[in-house]
Design a protein. Structure first.
Length: 53
C-alpha cells in the first residue's frame, strides 16, 4: 500500500502494476484526516491510497 499526492498518483500506479502485474486499487482519501498520511515520494499530504488488494 502506498500513500501519494495528486502529483505522484500516476507514478504509484505504474510502480504497483510493475510490482504486482495486476491493476491496483485506487482509493481517494476523503473521510479521514489527510494530515495523518503523507506522500511516499515527496512528503506532501496524501490524497490517494494505491493498494494491490
Amino acid at each position: 500500500m502506498k500513500y501519494c499526492c495528486g502529483e505522484h498518483v500516476e507514478l504509484a500506479l505504474d510502480e504497483a502494476v510493475d510490482e504486482f502485474e495486476v491493476a491496483p486499487q485506487l482509493t481517494k482519501l476523503e473521510s479521514v484526516d489527510k494530515s495523518e498520511f503523507v506522500c511516499g515520494y515527496c512528503g506532501q499530504p496524501a490524497v490517494y491510497i494505491v493498494a494491490n488488494e
